[in-house]
Ligand binder design. Structure first.
Ligand code: SAM
Ligand code: SF4
Ligand code: SF4
Length: 363
């Protein structure tokens, strides 16, 4: 039986003991990383076909999305989240696919907002969206208990935005969503721009100019080799350092201290007080050493890395009548055996099976 190491009791116990005694203790993985964040993908469907995520050649009418019956119900999701909170999760991000397409996402948020950490704190609840439905849903999301949103936007140029998202949606609609989210208090809004060299890198400066002094935090993400359908190659990656250099040439920047262990973006602020930006460098400067994230797929598989090829089924356990203690023991066991650090190994080995797709697990 595998050993489960906990970071609260300054000793280790084995996993059978954890089922009865250690349920509020937080397990450490094989690299001594605690479980702090849970990303929940609530659907594998999306109303965009971003070329780097759901290329239409693959995600078309012959692609088999998950049937509704395969998805975890909202109650099942909230149950897993509650158990995860007992084990140390402090922050939950809802994602997808496009999470605002999931029916009654507000109902799920209400359930999640009632959860507490072992020391009685509410969880931080966030959501990543393409912004198309945000203007109409922001108030309901806020009322349900959501704390913040991250909105993906890869270009301000209409033509480029349409071609990258492979949709008819206007940039303006997404910008309205961002403003409405900020207005109702889902702030600060983070805006994610995936930078693909030769595709949208000339939008870095227009985006920086647009979001300076807006109160929103623009974050630049290196194009990643997630999944196996987006034709990734290293030549299309503009590194965080190169992105920073382009911005700093027009607007001098200074570093900002990270807020907490495991923060994925390195933070910078404009010296002239124009606000803050973030850079996510999972390709050029991996941050696996501090990775405290687990990911739950729409049908209830727990993945321990964005680049995993296999998940651990929780739905079977739940539908077979497992108690919360059974679930907690299973989760603790899975987490304690985790040794993933894909980004640090990138290029050194090729997984023998296809990696999971971003639209399935949610980034
Ligand atoms: N549909 C929502 C959205 O776009 O915000 C949530 C899901 S999407 C998979 C989550 C994030 O992953 C988005 O910010 C998206 O830009 C990012 N993403 C998708 N594919 C990526 C890739 N290959 N490299 C880097 N980021 C990627
Ligand atoms: Fe949809 Fe988000 Fe993927 Fe774009 S990045 S296709 S919006 S899931
Ligand atoms: Fe975490 Fe895997 Fe990304 Fe490393 S590669 S930071 S372990 S999700």
């Amino acid at each position: 039986m595998s050993r489960v190491i906990f970071n609260t009791a300054n000793s280790s116990r084995n996993s059978s003991a954890s089922a009865s005694a250690g349920m509020s203790a937080a397990p450490l993985d094989a690299r001594r990383r605690p479980l702090r964040d849970l990303r929940i993908s609530v659907t594998d469907r999306c109303n965009f076909r971003c070329t780097y995520c759901m290329p239409r050649e693959v995600f078309n009418s012959s692609y088999e999305f998950m049937p509704h019956s395969a998805l975890l119900s909202l109650e099942e999701i909230a149950r897993v989240a509650g158990v995860a909170a007992r084990l140390g999760v402090q922050k939950i991000r809802l994602t997808g696919g496009e999470p605002l397409l999931r029916k009654n996402i507000e109902g799920l948020i209400e359930m999640l907002a009632r959860l507490r950490t072992p020391d009685g704190q509410p969880l931080q609840l966030t959501l990543t969206t393409n912004g198309t439905l945000l203007a109409q849903k922001a108030q309901a999301l806020k009322d349900a208990g959501l704390n913040r949103v991250t909105v993906s936007l890869d270009a301000l140029d209409e033509r480029l935005f349409e071609s990258m998202s492979d949709s008819q949606v206007s940039v303006n609609r997404v910008l309205k969503g961002i403003d409405e989210a900020a207005r109702v208090g889902l702030a600060p809004v983070k805006v994610n721009m995936v930078v693909r060299k030769g595709m949208n890198d000339e939008q870095i400066l227009p985006m920086a100019r647009h979001f300076r002094h807006s109160g929103h935090i623009l974050r630049f993400i290196e194009f990643m080799d997630v999944g196996s359908t987006n034709g990734w190659n290293l030549d299309q990656v503009l590194t965080g350092r190169q992105i920073l250099a382009r911005i700093a040439a027009e607007f001098p920047l200074e570093p900002v201290q990270a807020d907490y262990r495991g923060e994925v973006a390195s933070r910078w602020r404009y010296v002239d007080g124009g606000g803050e930006i973030g850079i996510i460098t999972s390709v050029s400067q991996p941050f696996c050493g501090d990775c405290t994230r687990a990911r739950l797929s729409p049908e209830g598989k727990l993945f321990l890395c964005l680049f995993a090829t296999q998940g651990h089924d929780l739905r079977g356990l739940i539908r077979d009548g497992a108690s919360d203690d059974d679930l907690a023991a299973r989760l603790a066991g899975i987490w304690s055996a985790r040794d993933d650090h894909y980004s640090e190994l990138r290029g050194q080995h090729t997984p023998d099976q296809p990696k999971i797709e971003m639209s399935y697990i949610g980034g």
